[in-house]
Write a protein of this length. Sequence first.
Length: 495
Amino acid sequence: MRAFLFYIFILLFGFNLLAQNNNPMRIEVSSRKFEEVYGLALDNKSFIVVKHNNRNSSKGEDWVFEVYNSFLEKNNTTSLFLPRYFVPVEYRLQGDSIIYMCFAEPNGKRGSFMLYRYNFDTGLIWSKYVKGSRKSVFINFEVVGDKIVILGENIEEIIPQFADSKMPFGIKIVSPILPKYSEVIASMSIDDNRKAIIIVEIDKGNQKGLYYYQYRNMHDELIKTKLDKKSNVNIVDGSLVESDDGSLLLMGTYNYNEGKDVSRERAVANGTFIGKLENANFSFFKTNEYVDYKNIYGTLSAQQQKQLKQRASKGKQVSVAFKMLTHKKAFKQKGLYVMAAETYYPEYHYENNFDSRGYMYQQQVFDGYRTTNCIISAYNDDGDMVWDNFMHSGEIIELSLQENILVFTDGDSNVVMAYYYDGAVYSKTVSGNDIVYKKSEDKIETVLNETIISEQYGRIEHWYGEYFLLSGHQTIFGLNGKKRKVYFFNLISFE
């Protein structure tokens, strides 16, 4: 059955009874009152809106933290005070009642960060500020029991700030000391085993290679193991997923730039890899080149396809490479493990300017990262690729690298790829290598009889069950004849 989209309207007695109001279930935040707005759709069916107020206070930058239930009804509002330039960078939900949120400067600059712990049951909120050093860089964090595991570079310089005996709830902040030139590829906390797993690649020096770090909460124990992989494979990025037998799979993209000084943002990917982690090492590590994907030619332009076919006809080696952003979460479907990655490229334009002497020169201006395709592939327990597929998405451009294409399962065999752009949801349904439903467009309307003048930075994300949230910036011409600029969240459903 085709996954189709319908709009959720304001309800009185639950999702099965329509109210008399024909307005969609929606949250609007005025762009005039708040500079930045973030939405967190949590697995415990709570929705959190974090807003940066235009007004500042003596305590710091003024932010507002709002908690909504599954009907988008506001349950709680709390003020947050953050240092200047801080933004939300990551969060972790612990059980159904606790969320940890981390705020820092973009890209972890200067290594300072602020942690908040919020209890949904009691409404209590706790915070901890850690001041970075000139060299330290904050990357990420995991929560294992009552331990917060901080990941970053040169963290040893700020570790003395972690030794705070006054932290409530038995909380302790810890951190593995990563060697110089380390890059965190993936991390994951496993509540049942009370441990955090961190995969790190060291790019230079005598410790160069891929490493497995494991932190156990009960014994404050840190295990470090060097992982064996193909020597010519350089991992670009990856994600961790639990396998059905309780082991872990590391999945991601790679290239052959081993030994070359290429930043990960500039690096291209030649294919995907999958490795099974058992007893802190790989039981297998397999790679698949994009050129061998069954559907990869559909992601290329006609000119690129022609060039590759000409090279192949002459017996020359053929390869395909993309700038890729691997999704943080792979998922399981009917015994297979599905990973998604988005192809992109940086886009620029040129402007004419004049220097102080009146001479004209051209200046390159960065427009953003253009997402072009979503490529998905599925693997069995032995690490063999079973199928691959893709969806075009050339309309999307963002100033920062982020996941723009939502990928989710629709039944036992179908996978849906979807994105939201300019008032419409675009989706494509596939089953393995086959297309079930071609890319389609579903228009989304705003409040009844109102007009959307413009829209930017649209997103779609899964909330729970068949329910999804759309968000973005809109300029709306209202029924009162006035314009308003808002950041919005709309509730929709796939069935």
